[in-house]
Design a protein around this ligand. Sequence first.
Ligand SMILES: Cc1cc2nc3c(=O)[nH]c(=O)nc-3n(C[C@H](O)[C@H](O)[C@H](O)COP(=O)(O)OP(=O)(O)OC[C@H]3O[C@@H](n4cnc5c(N)ncnc54)[C@H](O)[C@@H]3O)c2cc1C
Length: 485
Amino acid sequence: MPARTGQQYIDGLRAQEREVWLGGERVRDVTKHKGLAGGVRAIAQLYDMQHDPELRDVMTFASPATGEPVGRSFDMPATKEALETRSKMMLNWARATCGMMGRSPDFMNVTFAAWGAAADFFGEKRPEFADNMRRYVEYIREHDVTLTHALINLQRSRNPTGMFNLEEGTALEVKRETDAGIIVRGARILATLGPLSDEIAVYSPRLARHSEEHSPFAVNFSIPCSTKGLKFLCRDSFDLGRSHFDHPLGSRFEEMDCIVFFDDVLVPWERVFLLYDVERLNTTPHVTHSTAHSAHQGAAKNLAKCEFVLGLALLMTQTLGNAHLPHTEERIGELMLYTELMRSCMRAAEADAATDRWGVMCPAILPVESTRNLMMNCYPRMIEILQLLGSSSFLLTPSEKDFEGPLQPDIEQYLATDNTEARERVKLFRLAWDVAGNAFGSRQVLYERFFASDPLTRARAMAAVYPKGEVIERVREFLGRDGEP
Ligand SMILES: Cc1cc2nc3c(=O)[nH]c(=O)nc-3n(C[C@H](O)[C@H](O)[C@H](O)COP(=O)(O)OP(=O)(O)OC[C@H]3O[C@@H](n4cnc5c(N)ncnc54)[C@H](O)[C@@H]3O)c2cc1C
């Protein structure tokens, strides 16, 4: 099946009954559940964009296997032009969700496409894993499969000397092998998009400080979400079943986060890509460059999200009539700075892209890693700025029903501003509250702080690729200028 439509995506979710729990109840059909259906529709709309006559050329490319159009994020660009086209595709998806669905399917698609190109890496010690990877990447591309992923092992204890403790009975581990595959048991977090996906990928870059070479915790595989023994436990849904007026983002873009329990789950051999090999697991993101590609996807989301917050701030201050106040100008300037830094990093990553040993045009790592690290700190600040700009207007937000009730004349009279009718002002600030105030918005802040793992891990990732020698050399050179001016 070439690039799917939204309806085909929805049909695919219905065809696979998975074990999803939300609020103490088993969800039988995620496409109909009121806490999940809005998010399903949003992802479906992304797939429909692949068939929009005006966007089709950007959103898809010709399958190397069949020549049929398949999702562009499965492409492994060979040229800068192809990389830039993929970037436009990712921006189209990110802007369609205002940057609020960070785990849109392109995130995993670019990761697996990178692994497909670098399949030989997985087969260096066990050649069958290279074949498994190649076949799997072709399968997900040709069937336009939607993937979630769960990388993080829960920790029972927090031992500061050994970050990321791997403890039997908590972390996911391989319990035994059978003729059919490996049996895994344990728990993983945090599968965003879990109930809305066809398959779940499990791998972990978090063994970075694991000292053994061979470990039952070191594994990379992917299986259907309906696999026996797999259980998704959702947090509360932030789609409260309200109208788009009342809850503009929450009613549309609930991507859901889950704990995943693996209760002696069989992973068939053909879905195993790496086993017990700590060194290979740790080096996968950098050797295959999947980290650069997934960070590039993240950069598109960051840019779309910053643009949206900036646009919101501009409209809020226009509406309130405080745009000309000096402290407003200063805060808006700060939002513009973050937005343009995101854009600049993305362009720099594309301008400095280079072909890697797998023949793939790879975005430059430092600029994309920079947007990833910057967003962790600047997004919470951007939300703080929105709060400072909006103040009590966030709470002067009667519901859609109030506009039809007896207080409507009062609302219309007192909530209008010099340049905006009350209804438009309220609509805008209900949107702003979704971004900066309520559970949906708070989760977005937490997402930006942690979605790409914790700040220490990110700082280490940056330090690992930073050309430290060059800057040290400058200082050495200066220290050596004895007697010179
Ligand atoms: C909204 C959201 C969506 C996410 N989506 C996904 C997803 O789709 N897929 C996915 O795989 N992950 C996802 N994540 C998970 C994310 O990767 C993790 O939250 C992140 O890596 C941090 O891990 P943690 O939450 O377990 O925090 P913790 O590891 O508990 O870290 C909390 C703090 O304690 C410190 N710490 C941790 N362990 C130790 C230790 N042993 N000793 C000392 N200090 C320690 C950390 O540095 C951090 O400051 C998501 C997270 C969020 C918040």
